[in-house]
Write a protein that binds this ligand. Structure first.
Ligand SMILES: Cc1cc2nc3c(=O)[nH]c(=O)nc-3n(C[C@H](O)[C@H](O)[C@H](O)COP(=O)(O)OP(=O)(O)OC[C@H]3O[C@@H](n4cnc5c(N)ncnc54)[C@H](O)[C@@H]3O)c2cc1C
Length: 265
């Protein structure tokens, strides 16, 4: 590591002031990604601004329409939340399958979607449920938020405060985890609501994306068989030491069918 200043502000206004004043600051949430990146010298912020003392940006609430999760809420708290289990059980299931116990007790939902790793799980839930990302300056629909590999609509120095998930009729998430990290080799989040069917895929491409052909097919007939023959373009898949593009494309169908099957019994 190298020299940097550590700050622990008590309000969002203080965070904003620090972000404006410091030379090349970074927000610190769970540190699961940021600290590792700094140790590898892939990031070298002048200042770390720790969000853990800010009131009102962690915790979970639910009403008849939405589940709202504060940005600093840890994955383990989403996984064990009674409100989430009651309203969107697929979201609790997804959070409980992120990484390992250490990652789930330190990592936060805000850090996850700010980082937007192409194999992360929460982006699939945000896109698959049509969530909104609320920052200190605006509300961004998930459809506009995720831009590609580690890229989002967040502006420099914008702070995620909470994520608002509309409650669907039902939803399911299935992932094929990388056996080492537990990140998604491919994950498919399927939801049904009055607004229609959504299928969001993570891990397969450079960023999370919707499978609109699957959504159209499922809107007509909500069965696993309705997805037969629907594939993603292999040339647009990620290829690495873990899996080829062909394998990832094939996993999309398998994971999406499993998710639909879990909802249709
Ligand atoms: C071994 C390991 C296994 C993992 N496995 C999985 C997995 O299976 N699935 C999965 O989805 N994820 C996985 N992760 C990622 C993990 O779940 C965290 O979500 C992720 O590391 C980032 O969250 P964090 O709270 O630690 O953020 P940090 O590391 O503190 O921050 C990450 C980035 O987000 C920015 N940031 C943080 N909070 C905010 C905010 N509120 N507003 C604006 N910007 C912000 C930071 O400045 C930084 O750039 C894994 C991580 C590790 C180390």
């Amino acid at each position: 590591m190298y020299q940097f200043e550590y700050h622990r502000p008590k309000t969002v206004e203080e965070v904003t002031a620090l972000l404006a004043r410091c030379e090349s600051p970074k927000i610190l949430a769970g540190g699961m990604t940021l600290l590792a990146t700094m140790k590898q010298r892939l990031a070298a912020p002048s200042d770390l601004i720790d969000l853990q003392d800010i009131p009102g940006i962690s915790g979970i609430s639910a009403d008849a329409k939405n589940v709202t999760i504060g940005a600093m809420t840890r994955h383990a708290d989403v996984a064990s939340s009674k409100e989430v289990a009651r309203a969107i059980p697929a979201l609790a299931y997804l959070a409980g399958r992120i990484g390992d116990p250490l990652v789930r007790h330190r990592g936060t939902i805000g850090g996850s979607i700010a980082n937007n790793d192409p194999a992360a799980d929460y982006p699939a839930a945000c896109l698959g449920l049509g969530a909104s990302i609320v920052t200190n300056s605006r509300e961004i629909p998930a459809d506009d938020y995720f831009r590609g590999m580690f890229e989002t609509a967040l502006k420099d120095k914008e702070i995620i405060l909470r994520i608002v998930f509309p409650i669907p009729q039902n939803a399911a998430y299935q992932k094929f985890p990388n056996p080492a990290s537990r990140y998604a080799m491919v994950g498919a989040f399927v939801s049904r609501s009055a607004a229609g069917v959504r299928v969001a895929v993570t891990g397969a491409g450079p960023g999370v994306f919707r499978m609109t052909a699957m959504e159209t097919a499922l809107a007509k007939t909500f069965t696993p068989a309705a997805l037969d023959g629907i594939t993603a373009p292999i040339g647009e898949m990620l290829q690495d030491m873990h899996a080829s593009g062909e394998y990832r494309a094939s996993l999309i169908g398998v994971m999406a069918k499993r998710a639909v099957a879990s909802l249709t019994g």
